[in-house]
Design a protein around this ligand. Structure first.
Ligand code: AHG
Ligand code: MN
Ligand code: MN
Length: 335
């Protein structure tokens, strides 16, 4: 690459802001998230060397064992965001209730929802993990935000993004004008534009991503879809490879770049699915649609759902539009 064509994420965010005529606050939040991602990335890459591996011995609101990096990532994002005067409140996978801005700081007009560290079960195994986030405008008349502000339909998202801490650290975001990927150059501590205007390939590379160990717990329609996906006579049947990392951000990132279909269906054990609507499914659905793909819960568009609770779970089918439509034609008929 010609050195003069380096576009940092900060520059990209400002240029996007000018195109949208957005307020600086909006851009500042995205820039602060990029800073938090750099700090988390450093810790993730050092995790094997400093005493930060393993669990804290506590459980989060989901009843899941909290890993030290979860707590670290939560703390880094909170501290990056609490004082800037741009947010009215936040919501995180790691907190039961929504998170107000401390009274000592001014409150702003935006809401941040996030999963500070996704794929926690993989932390000690050196498998890629990630951070997921989305931004909304405050809608309630509560001066310093409210739960209502955190429970908006995904269609109201102003921006969404994720960070994948993998063989390199990448930050991918959309502010409603396409999806753009940035790779961290640790030698200069900058996210550099490496994947401009990402589009989900359709037809895709033929890969699907689902935890097939749960096959026996799925509905008959879901089982029929999987059978037909692998060996049916539809145009989209056959020739697939299975790829499942068990880290939503990594499985989604591959699906975004190569196309295909990521699925986390409802099953007998998780009747509403496992993944959370507010800070996992909605942000990724926003990105998938901005990249020309689709995301449904099996029956309806993820972005049209109105969350009833911060930690509400949902089934998720996301990726190349033709495959999302195909699985929807099987599950939608379930009624
Ligand atoms: P988190 O670590 O934030 O709780 O998310 C874990 C999720 C998601 O990353 C992944 O897709 C899914 O758990 C894997 O679940 P299974 O182990 O049931 O396949
Ligand atoms: Mn998660
Ligand atoms: Mn998490």
């Amino acid at each position: 690459m010609n050195e003069t064509h380096i576009v940092t994420i900060e520059r990209h965010i400002i240029e996007e802001e000018r195109r949208r005529g957005a307020s600086g606050s909006f851009s500042d939040i995205l820039t602060d998230m990029a800073f938090a991602a750099k700090v988390i990335s450093r810790q993730v890459n050092m995790a094997g060397l400093v005493d930060i591996l393993g669990g804290t011995g506590t459980r989060n609101v989901q009843g899941e064992a909290v890993q030290k990096l979860d707590v670290f990532a939560q703390d880094v994002i909170y501290r990056a965001m609490d004082h800037g005067g741009r947010l009215c409140c936040m919501a995180s996978e790691e907190f039961e209730e929504y998170i107000p801005i401390p009274d000592k700081f001014p409150a702003g007009d935006y809401v941040l929802v996030f999963d500070p560290l996704d794929g926690s079960s993989n932390i000690d195994l050196n498998v890629s993990i990630g951070t997921i986030f989305a931004l909304y405008r405050k809608v309630s008349d509560a001066e310093r935000g409210s739960l209502e502000d955190c429970l908006q339909p995904g269609l109201q998202q102003l921006a969404a993004g994720y960070v994948v801490y993998g063989s390199s650290t990448m930050m991918v975001y959309s502010a409603g004008r396409g999806v753009h990927g940035f790779t961290l150059d640790p030698s200069i501590g900058e996210f550099i534009l490496s994947h401009p205007d990402i589009r989900i390939p359709d037809p895709p590379v033929r890969s699907y991503s689902v935890n097939e160990a749960y096959f026996d717990r799925w509905s008959p329609a879901m089982q029929r879809f999987m059978t037909d996906l692998k060996s049916g006579d539809a145009s989209w049947s056959g020739g697939y490879s299975a790829r499942y990392i068990g880290s939503l951000v990594s499985d989604f990132h591959r699906t975004l770049l190569q196309g295909g279909l990521f699925m986390y269906p409802a099953d007998g054990k998780s009747p509403k699915g496992k993944l959370r609507l507010v800070y996992e499914a909605n942000p990724l659905a926003f990105i998938a649609e901005q990249a020309g793909g689709a995301a449904i819960d099996g029956v309806q568009r993820i972005l049209e759902r109105t969350p009833e609770g911060l930690h509400e779970r949902t089934p998720l089918f996301i990726g190349s539009s033709t495959l999302v439509e195909a699985v929807g034609s099987y599950l939608g008929s379930e009624g």
